[in-house]
Design a protein around this ligand. Structure first.
Ligand code: URA
Ligand code: SF4
Length: 240
């Protein structure tokens, strides 16, 4: 497992630009993104995959779950989190209660790294436009990252032991780091922690809704001050 700092620094607006911005905004629906992913050859993982795994779930989810990359089962089926870790995720979602169809689930890279190795920085970079487009189209209130690697794509220096279950604002979205369900399969204590954190997801969604209500109120208030001076010639002239 590589250090998070070896990944691309995509924790800030500037660093998220991969030079591939022409790919952004090219897709007008989540299905368009999925179709592009299924035939993608933008990185070496295309050569070893059985199936690309674009992601699945609601088209307007309040929560987007992001894992690191498909494993063997996901590669075989072309669907995210369908192995043992996925079963645990389903079970824990049931505690909230949430169904898989209420949320959306994807990964940082859409094709399986051979032997489940960490994706290389250039693979993450090549695949980032898809995740960026998915975030833009799905507009989730909360992004729940699964495991430290997915978390570090958004919060490069964060430590999962400090940040799990703690909402952090990234752009206009709340990032809610969670332990990876595969880690929770190996430790009862981590499983309890993951379950307790997942129980607090609805609270994070509410927090995000409050945040956007405040933001749109602020924008409306601001525009009543600025619009006449910018757009209305009469008022503009009066001001100058
Ligand atoms: N682990 C992940 O990170 N993603 C999957 O889709 C499955 C297992
Ligand atoms: Fe394309 Fe992403 Fe698969 Fe690489 S991992 S081939 S960039 S879909």
């Amino acid at each position: 497992m590589t250090e998070p700092s070896n990944g691309p620094d995509i924790g800030s607006e500037d660093a998220t630009s991969t030079g591939d911005d022409k790919y952004l905004g090219e897709w007008s629906s989540i299905e368009d993104v999925a179709a592009a992913v299924r035939t993608c050859t933008r990185c070496g993982l295309a050569g070893t995959r059985i199936n690309a795994v674009p992601g699945e779930g609601s088209d307007s989810p309040s929560i987007l779950f992001i894992g690191e990359g498909p494993g063997a089962n996901e590669d075989e089926q072309g669907r995210p989190f369908v192995g043992r870790a996925g079963k645990l995720l389903d079970e824990l979602l049931g505690v909230v209660p949430l169904l898989r169809s209420d949320v959306h689930i994807t990964n940082v890279v859409k094709c399986r790294p051979p032997g489940n190795r960490d994706p290389l920085p250039e693979e993450v970079r090549a695949c980032w436009p898809y995740l960026e487009a998915q975030i833009g189209l799905l507009k989730p209130h909360v992004i729940a990252t699964l495991g430290r690697h997915a978390m570090n794509r958004f919060l490069p220096n964060a430590r999962i032991s400090d940040q799990h279950g703690r909402p952090t604002v990234w752009r206009d979205i709340i990032i809610f780091p969670l332990y990876h369900p595969a880690a929770a399969l190996r430790s009862t204590k981590l499983r309890e922690t993951l379950e307790n954190d997942i129980r607090r997801l609805p609270e994070a969604v509410l927090q995000s809704l409050e945040m956007s209500a405040i933001r749109s109120h602020a924008e409306t208030t601001l525009s009543t001050f600025t619009e006449p001076s910018v757009h209305d010639e009469t008022n503009r002239n009066r001001l100058f």
